[in-house]
Design a protein around this ligand. Structure first.
Ligand SMILES: C=CC1=C(C)c2cc3[nH]c(cc4nc(cc5[nH]c(cc1n2)c(C)c5CCC(=O)O)C(CCC(=O)O)=C4C)c(C)c3C=C
Ligand SMILES: [Fe+2]
Ligand SMILES: [Fe+2]
Length: 347
């Protein structure tokens, strides 16, 4: 008797980024910040303190200010983090072909991870590969996406095989695309120095995630090894080293620093050095032309376009600097699309 043909197997791919408000108006920004800043992986305080402090005090004060910044960022296509994600989803789907179903979701607000996972469930995928779009693992970003996905899928009657790509700090497609984009800028003019500015996190988060207390926030992060594979600080330094190698930079030609700290550093130290402090000291040392990368992000967003591209530029020029240039993010660059496809194939 002939054996029945095996059903066609399809693999689901879930791309996830952090999230952005539905519009740049204060009520939508408030809703976004309320969801974001009550996540226990972002604000690691007991829920009994976190909710009243952030929903009751911090978010109401912050939302109108953030809304003004989002209004500067907003485009005809909406928030860049969202439309770059949707463009990436479309192009990765085209490259992977009909054996794959590619969905895109946001950890906070829309399109939600629930909706994206429902699309994969409706397509009856055999297994799911989750790629949080954060090159360096942090409990507050990658970890939060993983927790949310597991929460949702654990309630399904049939739970498919699931795998997570937890870090791609040294991935050749990720590094290679930033090198291509950086070289294009370096071909246009001469730079005195390069700054790799990463999203900061509280030092406490790094220490909490350290395997066997390996990390002392010192030279331990200068090599990337089996003891610190998920150490956010060690991963950032590794990304910088790989980018520097690709760009042909000697150690004294670049600086790794951290931006976007939320709370007062007196109460709660974040990873250092802080980019705003580093850049203000540069002109007095003769560093007047700076090329800067934001390699904690694979899509342009508030933190790249506004904070690095506009606010840091103003600070640098006020301090006597002449030229501050942000390298655009990977967005939906063909080399990056290829890099994502390769990561999926390797999984
Ligand atoms: C690179 C990954 C990210 C990590 C790690 C991260 C940690 C982290 N962030 C905050 C607070 C804020 N971040 C904000 C914006 C923002 N953060 C990331 C990514 C990471 N955050 C992205 C991609 C964005 C931009 C979103 C966009 O819509 O463009 C904001 C909101 C903006 C503002 O009001 O300033 C806050 C707040 C904390 C506290 C934290 C780790 C503990
Ligand atoms: Fe953030
Ligand atoms: Fe370390």
């Amino acid at each position: 008797m002939p054996t029945p043909a095996s059903p066609q197997r399809r693999i689901g791919v879930l791309l996830v980024n952090l999230g952005t408000p539905d519009s740049p108006q204060t009520p939508d920004v408030r809703r976004y910040l309320n969801e974001f800043l009550t996540d226990g992986r972002v604000i690691d305080m007991p829920a009994a303190v976190r909710y009243p402090l952030f929903q009751g005090l911090v978010v109401p004060l912050r939302a109108p200010k953030s809304a003004k910044i989002y209004q500067q960022l907003w485009t005809e296509r909406g928030s860049p983090l969202l439309y770059h994600g949707l463009d990436l989803q479309k192009l990765v789907q085209e490259k992977l072909g009909k054996d794959y179903v590619v969905a895109f979701g946001m950890r906070y607000q829309n399109p939600s991870i629930e909706k994206a996972l429902d699309e994969l469930r409706a397509a009856a995928v055999d297994r799911i590969i989750v790629l949080p779009l954060f090159p360096q693992y942090a409990a507050a970003s990658t970890g939060s996406v993983q927790e949310k996905v597991m929460d949702i899928v654990s309630k399904w009657w049939v739970v498919p095989s699931i795998s997570f790509i937890s870090t791609f700090t040294d991935d050749p497609g990720f590094i290679g695309t930033f090198v291509t984009l950086g070289k294009a800028e370096m071909a246009k003019r001469e730079y005195d120095h390069v700054v790799f500015s990463y999203h900061g996190i509280p030092e406490r988060h790094v220490l909490k995630g350290s395997h066997n207390n390996y990390c002392k926030l010192g030279t331990c992060c200068n090599s990337y090894n089996k003891n610190n594979r998920y150490c956010y600080r060690a991963q950032c330094y590794e990304t910088s080293r790989q980018l520097a190698a690709g760009l042909g930079l000697a150690p004294e030609q670049y600086t790794t620093s951290f931006q976007s700290r939320l709370q007062s550093r007196l109460r709660d130290p974040w990873l250092q050095p802080y980019t705003d402090e580093v850049l203000k000291e540069m002109p007095a040392k003769g560093i007047k032309n700076v090329l800067t990368f934001s390699p904690a992000f694979v899509a342009d967003c508030l933190e790249t376009t506004i904070e690095v591209g506009l606010e840091f530029k103003e600070m640098f020029e006020e301090a006597g600097g002449e030229h501050w240039q942000l390298v655009p993010s990977l967005n939906s660059h063909p080399q990056w699309v290829e890099g994502v496809v390769n990561m999926i194939h390797r999984n």
